[in-house]
Design a protein around this ligand. Structure first.
Ligand SMILES: [Zn+2]
Length: 77
């Protein structure tokens, strides 16, 4: 994976979580297996609907969805 690029595989995503010292386990089912998806914009009401860009991943076991900012997923330690 190129430095600064978003994870596209489950292994790359797990590595990005570990770099952030985030828990790799799913908060819903406690298993480890994230399928990285793409980016989405989440509208923030307090900012007039202005969107914060997030990267979305789905738990391969229970479907729980987690989000992190692309900047956090791609930054080195
Ligand atoms: Zn899960």
């Amino acid at each position: 994976m190129e430095p600064g690029s978003l994870p596209t595989t489950a292994d790359q995503y797990a590595a990005a979580l570990k770099r952030m010292r985030a828990d790799v386990r799913c908060p819903s089912c406690s298993r480890e297996g994230w399928l990285p998806g793409g980016q989405a914009g989440v509208p923030i009401e307090e900012h007039g609907g202005q969107k914060v860009v997030v990267h979305v991943a789905v738990c391969d076991f229970c479907g729980f969805v987690r989000q992190h900012t692309p900047a956090h997923l791609t930054r080195p330690n």
